[in-house]
Ligand binder design. Structure first.
Ligand code: EPZ
Length: 430
């Protein structure tokens, strides 16, 4: 298993190109299952999670073509997907276990083919991660659902029907899955209390290009008129707001200046407001954001995660890493996941002063210095938080279990090295 070695202390300065968004790309890939035609997705990030979902698509019978796309400062991937016919309607345990977002194939397979068998993903490091909202909604659309041997077996031999659904929680995954299912259902589906993350608007944009009839983009109610068929389309994936937010914090924690090329400030209002409140200069440009913390007189801030446009849970661990070295006390409250403080014991091993209260709150009291240690995390964002701590710790930090980072941060060492970090990957055979 690879490791990442960081020698802390460098002030970061320069430009980082923000890649296409992982959490947009995943449902976009699943959307291509809704048509026999070819769908081309560009600005796709080069990440192991994308590879995992592509492997499942191949298993289902999708033909995938992959091309490098060389732009001025950056190389990304373009993939074309075509599922003229299916080889299988089963998403096996081995695929879903590796990547929960495999469950995005549920809605498309059920609505196009009337049958799907999906291994239940189970819990993960950040919480129980149930699928009840996805399954209840599909039942309301007329699907017959059974749980057998760890699999969801769903049938709708005569197709799905439109329904009026009210989500108990604004789940991102359920919003995507039910939206995907409703595009080919008979009649109109109304979904209330949907998630409004920018990745959902990106999915709606692709579906509209494919011929879907959807109203209510960027609102809490979506109305979808089912159509008989969808057709091919081309789409450019939006920039990754969580990657951008993570590098914004890298600028803050090293008291540096980083230009986040391609980042969309509108998608990061809550975290950018916290940075501004910490006296960090945030400049919005036409195609990016500049984070300048060189002269900032930072003080602790409270953060509370919430559904979009609230403060994103996917930036909670990274902000906590920043708060460990900012003078004063900061209260961090996690409202989305029940177990997302797994980075805390590792940060404490590096000298942070953090007290966790119950499952949801932590008080962070800023210390003068962190000191390097071998660390490891159990999820993607927590791993990035440890990289951030390593960037300012005294000595050499070794972050283990780098495969978590490879799921969601494209070319992490390359991007950080380009802005002056002393960071390298140590390749190790398994
Ligand atoms: C997405 O997960 C993201 N993943 C997560 O990012 C992110 O943390 C999360 O949204 C919240 O923003 C992807 O987009 C692939 P949810 P998702 O359904 O869709 C509860 C990362 O680091 N819930 O919005 O799985 C659930 O337990 C990852 O990139 C139910 O109760 O999240 C949670 O408390 C980690 N029943 C809340 O809703 C359900 O059927 C939000 O979950 C579904 C969810």
């Amino acid at each position: 298993m690879d490791k990442i070695k960081i020698r802390g202390g460098n002030q970061l300065s320069g430009k980082i190109y923000i890649s296409g968004a992982k959490n947009a790309a995943l449902p976009l890939i699943a959307a291509t299952l809704l048509t026999k035609d070819l769908v081309k997705l560009s600005n796709m990030p080069i990440l192991s999670d994308i590879k995992s979902l592509n492997n499942l698509m191949l298993e289902l019978g999708t033909i995938i073509e992959e091309n490098e796309e060389i732009r001025a400062h950056h190389t990304s991937k373009t993939y074309t997907y075509q599922t003229a016919e299916f080889k299988s309607l089963i998403a096996p345990y081995d695929f879903v276990r590796k990547m929960r977002a495999s469950y995005y194939v549920l809605g498309p397979l059920l609505s196009r083919m009337g049958h799907v068998e999906l291994s239940l993903p189970g819990g993960c490091a950040i919480g129980a991660r149930p699928m009840d909202i996805h399954l209840n909604s599909l039942e309301q659309m007329g699907a017959n659902i059974e749980i057998k041997n760890g699999y969801v077996v769903a049938d709708a031999p005569n197709g799905l029907n439109g329904a009026h659904i009210i989500f108990p929680k604004a789940s991102v995954g359920a919003t995507c899955n039910i939206l995907l299912a409703a595009t080919l259902a008979k009649g109109e589906t109304v979904i209330e209390n949907v998630a409004q993350e920018p990745e959902i608007a990106d999915l709606i944009d692709l579906l509209l290009k494919m011929g879907a009839q959807i109203e209510g983009k960027n609102t809490s109610i979506l109305k979808i008129k089912g159509v008989q068929e969808l057709h091919g389309a081309e789409h450019n994936v939006l920039p990754d707001r969580i990657e951008a937010g993570s590098y914004a914090i890298a600028a803050a924690i090293t008291k540096g200046r980083i230009e986040l090329e391609g980042a969309v400030a509108d998608h990061l209002k809550a975290p950018l407001n916290i940075l501004r409140a910490m006296d960090i200069k945030v400049t919005e440009k036409e195609n990016g954001i500049i984070i300048d913390a060189r002269n900032a007189d930072m003080q602790g801030q409270d953060i509370m995660t919430d559904y979009y446009p609230g403060f994103p849970t996917d930036l909670q661990a990274q902000f906590m890493a920043l708060m460990t070295v900012v003078p004063g006390a900061s209260m961090v409250t996690e409202n989305i996941w029940e177990n997302r403080f797994m980075h805390v014991p590792e940060l404490i091993r590096m000298g942070a002063n953090i007290n966790v209260h119950g499952h949801a709150s932590a008080i962070v009291r800023g210390v003068k210095k962190l000191s390097a240690a071998p660390v490891m995390a159990t999820d993607l964002r927590a791993s990035f938080a440890l990289v951030l701590a390593g960037l300012i710790a005294d000595g050499e930090t070794v972050v283990n279990r780098v495969y978590h980072l490879d799921r969601g941060y494209e070319k992490l060492e390359e991007k950080l090295r380009a802005v002056g970090a002393d960071i390298e990957r140590i390749k190790e055979e398994d």
